[in-house]
Design a protein around this ligand. Structure first.
Ligand code: GLY
Length: 336
């Protein structure tokens, strides 16, 4: 499946078995290519790393969100400079969201911008972070605080990488998948929630939905914010847990709270609420370890708070998620 992402610099997302084989052709025009590979992926696939006709370098990035930082970013930039990479060269990110975000940000900034290609290997990065050009690293003060919009030249999604993905990581990705199912609604959204779509079609449906949103709002000034369904409370859960609750799981928890509130307050009908509940139960999302007041207090620090207004993405039905502006100190009243 080929999905066009119509940004200022358009590109294609390929969802197919063996997608990484396309790298050779895509890299033909570059002198040098640096494969930036997540350590876990390297350990599993070092024998099978794509061999390219371009001069190929391999940079192994330690795994985990704690490494999406300025130190690893600087290490990668120095590696590129030491090996005399220039604007005719390119980076390839082979790994999950951490690898994609950091590689994309290095590509955005090295010599004021060089090309990069994404090869996501986790479900979460396949359905969300690899598409749309948000690149970043974290600071001690918060996630994704330093970044840039920098679209890749192509994204190659090979569902076969998921075979080696730990179950906890699959469930983490499913948090974002359920979010997309709620956003898209319709037959596809319902089929995803009911667990009826095969993995490649599920990934393609999420990517197509995201591509349609990014086409309308590449720089995240309007409708793209709806992709943050579940994120306001999800981020609060991540922060309160010192990031021990992973992102997708926190989003699933946040989505569950918003859906429950929408149902209890009559904004969401029973049939749609139950479809979401069943999908979340299927994931065995753990009990949220914080109270609503704790989460609301933490949410005041969210990037989505502008002055005294918080932009919550609420769910009024499958396929009907809207940005609701709430006075930041009234979030608890709105939810309870
Ligand atoms: N992950 C949400 C976005 O790319 O806007």
């Amino acid at each position: 499946m080929e999905i066009a992402v119509q940004t200022a610099n358009p590109y294609t997302v390929y969802v197919e078995r063996g997608a990484a084989k396309r790298l050779d052709e895509l890299c033909l025009g570059y002198h040098k290519v640096c494969l930036v590979v997540d350590q876990n992926v390297y350990d599993l696939y070092s024998e099978e790393l794509p061999s390219l006709t371009s001069e190929t370098y391999t940079f192994v990035l330690p795994s985990g969100e704690s490494n999406k930082n300025l130190t690893q970013y600087a290490r990668l930039l120095s590696y590129l400079a030491a090996n005399r990479f220039d604007r005719k060269d390119a980076l390839v990110a082979l790994g999950g969201g951490v690898t994609g975000d950091l590689t994309g940000f290095a590509a955005a900034t090295y010599m004021r911008g060089i090309d990069w290609i994404g090869v996501p290997t986790t479900l979460l990065s396949m359905v969300d972070s690899s598409v749309g050009g948000k690149t970043a690293v974290d600071l001690a003060e918060g996630k994704n605080l330093v970044g840039a919009f920098w679209q890749p030249k192509a994204v190659l999604i090979d569902p076969d990488y998921l075979v080696s993905l730990p179950e906890a990581e699959r469930k983490n990705g499913m948090g974002e998948v359920i979010k997309y199912a709620c956003l898209m609604g319709g037959d596809a959204g319902k089929a995803i929630l009911a667990g009826e779509l095969p993995t490649d079609r599920l990934i393609a449906a999420c990517v197509q939905y995201k591509a349609d949103v990014v086409k309308q709002d590449e720089l995240d000034k309007g409708v793209r914010a709806t992709l943050n369904l579940g994120h306001t409370l999800g981020h609060a859960i991540e922060q309160l847990s010192a990031y021990s609750v992973p992102h997708g799981t926190a989003v699933a928890m946040g989505l569950g709270i918003v859906a429950r509130s929408a149902y209890d307050k009559g904004r969401l009908n029973k049939r749609d609420f139950e479809a979401i509940e069943i999908a979340l139960e299927e994931l065995c999302v753990p009990q949220v370890p914080y109270t609503i007041p704790q989460l609301c207090r933490q949410a005041l620090h969210d990037k989505k708070v502008e002055g005294s207004t918080l932009h919550l993405i609420d769910i009024f039905g499958l396929g009907d998620c809207r940005i609701v502006d709430i006075p930041a100190d009234r979030l608890e009243d709105y939810l309870c």
